[in-house]
Write a protein that binds this ligand. Structure first.
Ligand SMILES: NC(=O)c1ccc[n+]([C@@H]2O[C@H](COP(=O)([O-])OP(=O)(O)OC[C@H]3O[C@@H](n4cnc5c(N)ncnc54)[C@H](OP(=O)(O)O)[C@@H]3O)[C@@H](O)[C@H]2O)c1
Length: 245
């Protein structure tokens, strides 16, 4: 039976990835702070920024697992959309801790046991390269995540690594971006608000299916690459999105 380890399985994309893989007969191991309600998942609760707790939590979760076919480092937070100059450093560091450094902690523990990992996807974002006003800490953290993927690709030649922007998805993250953040001050939010409720912003189940479908195509790129899923699945929308940057 193939197996996968996914972070951030309590909601959104991570939960939907877990659900789809379980339906396809995979063994799925998950972690988040709130926990995952899906029947059949092997799940643990842990704050991935707690560097003291993560190693023991992962060792217990993955005890007896000798290899992993797929790892998706998906857990992430968006932080607040606001001017970088008005972002307190502790807030920016918190976003960086979840979106970047927690992934280093997980990567190092996964590989400390010499457990082979076949394919590993770090969930990045278009924000990593678009540089839109107001996306400060989140954009910085995802840009750094792209480099994390590239650097680990040198160190883990037997694991195929991709930093993947999954496109926009209607998850809890969008509740904040579409309902609370200030689209007049930060115009990039307008595109998200316009897309919500349309097929341009799929639900988590649809987005998870898209991510899983492109996995073989990610392997055609060099390990460590950043790939935006829209480049593969919606080249016109991708060209339009990135033209303005
Ligand atoms: N939604 C989009 O349009 C979009 C676009 C591009 C990229 N992404 C990326 O996709 C990924 C998933 O986001 P989503 O949209 O599915 O948002 P979401 O529904 O808010 O899910 C985020 C997941 O991350 C987990 N998480 C956050 N902080 C954590 C921590 N300290 N320790 C452990 N788990 C933590 C959450 O679990 P707990 O709260 O239970 O800990 C939750 O399961 C993120 O990396 C995000 O940046 C999303």
């Amino acid at each position: 039976m193939p197996n996968a380890f996914i972070t951030g399985t309590s909601s959104g994309l991570g939960r939907a990835l877990a659900e789809r893989l379980l339906q396809q007969g995979w063994a799925v191991y998950g972690v988040s702070r709130r926990g995952c309600d899906l029947p059949g998942i092997c799940d643990t609760t842990c704050d991935l920024t707690d560097t003291n707790a993560v190693p023991a939590a992962l060792d217990a979760l993955l005890a007896g697992v000798e290899r992993l076919d797929l790892v998706v480092l998906n857990a992430g937070v968006v932080g607040q959309i606001r001017l970088l100059a008005e972002t307190p450093l502790p807030d920016a560091k918190q976003v960086m801790d979840v979106n970047l450094w927690a992934n280093k902690t997980v990567m190092d523990r996964l590989h400390a046991r010499g457990r082979p990992v076949d394919q590993l996807v770090m969930i990045s974002s278009g924000a990593a390269v678009l540089g839109n006003k107001g996306w400060g800490a989140y954009a910085l953290s995802k840009a750094a995540l792209n480099m994390l993927a590239k650097l680990y690709a040198h160190e883990l030649p037997h694991t195929h690594i991709t930093a993947l922007a999954p496109g926009i998805i209607d998850t809890a993250m969008m509740d904040y971006l579409c309902d609370e953040a200030d689209a007049d001050a930060f115009p990039a939010l307008k595109r998200l608000q316009d897309a919500r409720g349309s097929e341009r912003m799929p639900d988590p189940a649809t987005a998870a299916a898209r991510v899983l479908d492109v996995l073989p195509r990610l392997r055609e790129r060099p390990s460590g690459s950043f790939v935006d899923i829209r480049e593969i699945l919606e080249p016109e929308a991708y060209a339009q999105l990135y033209a303005g940057r």
